[in-house]
Design a binder for this molecule. Sequence first.
Ligand SMILES: C=C(O[C@H]1C=CC=C(C(=O)O)[C@@H]1O)C(=O)O
Ligand SMILES: [Mg+2]
Length: 470
Amino acid sequence: MVITKDAYCLDGLRFAIKKAKDQQTTVLFSYVQKIDNHDPIAFYHAGRENYKGQCFFWQDPKKEIILAGTGQVTPLSSTGSYDRYIHVEKNWDKLLRQAVSSGESGVIGTGPLLFGGFSFDPEEEKKTLWNDFEDETFAIPCYMLSLIEGQSYLTINRICSPDDNEWHLYKQVENEVEELTDQRKFSVSPSINPLIKQEEIHADAWKTTVASAITNMKHSSLDKVVLARELRLTFENDISPENVLLQLMKEQPDSYIFSLESGDSVFIGATPEKLIKKRKEQVFSDCLAGSIGRGEEEEDRRLGEELLQDRKNLLEHQYVVSMIKDAFDSLCSSVKIPDDGPVLMKNRHIQHLYTPISGVCEEETPVLEFVRRLHPTPAMGGMPKDMAVTKIREWETLERGMYAGPLGWMDAYGNSEFAVGIRSALLKGREASLFAGGGVLEDSTPEKEYKETAIKFNPMLSALGGTMNE
Ligand SMILES: C=C(O[C@H]1C=CC=C(C(=O)O)[C@@H]1O)C(=O)O
Ligand SMILES: [Mg+2]
């Protein structure tokens, strides 16, 4: 990527178009500007007026990086059966090699940035629920607001061709930016949207599947499989993703809050689970598996203690730790895991066993090499990995689509972060499909797993305004 010293967007555009002319190619142009503090949901909302189906939102648990993107300069096309991680990485590298960046360059989470997600299993039989999404749905936004350490940055991205005119492009961008950053237009009032129907999809059949998975595990080398189910909600009016995001930000402040739009669908959620965070040579992941509900003070403490002592949950967690450790060991020169066992991670509706893991790798190691080796961890798939994915394909009746898949971003400066798309829902007009799964082991019971998944629906149920599970 060429970083120009141009302080003005127009100068940078001129440089990019000249480069496109000289090399008879297309050039990704990126301009970054510091702007006055701006509300990311207002930006997202404004973006949906012209770019509905092409917006995204991201907020990490520490609120280090908040992103709201709108429009797509170029979606990364899907090519069928290949290594999808290499495909995304190669296309991204190719675009960056030709890129020109100007303005405030070099700030994490600004400038050219690829945002999107991978489906859980590209070999899953496609029905209709997820037909708006590809197995890898990634794009570079036309406009992006980044909140980094309290400072707002606006990124403008464009693909420049040899015969583009800089004035023409500049005027177009200027008008669009004005519309997007006009906060006066913004009033997301938590509108009343009555719930018409709330339906658990094949709950009894799911319990039967869990029971036969348990039997299967007793007679095979399958140690763990995560089985998921669906809850479907219908509202009177179209669901507003802005309202859902606002609610999630309020209720799940310690989770990743995300939305990824494609066509008429919005994949949205508040996931507590990091898959991989990369800051140059530093990498981090979360081992999160093993769950119990929350209670009033004393009850909550007792539940936490119970979880920390529970053999089944500790084993369910341990499979995740050892798999993530192996993946880190294969790519890192050093790996750190606390040696005093898991601690509790408490969110509004649920508590989990949690072990953080970190490592140091070569700065050049592609983040998607980590994603490839990690996904799906035994918290999303099972153990052994390939066998569990095959069994999920065979046994589950829901369409997972992007649920439990890696979702996140990569910037041009060696920073990236992917979470796993759980505690999530697919919104389509008036309908929401919520997903929740649980780690099934030999000594699971279908009833307990059923209750655990019921609790896991609650973050999305609460944000959408559904009837909460106990
Ligand atoms: C698969 C989900 O959660 C995973 C993450 C944390 C704890 C889990 C568990 O205890 O079963 C699951 O492995 C989900 O929320 O849909
Ligand atoms: Mg569990």
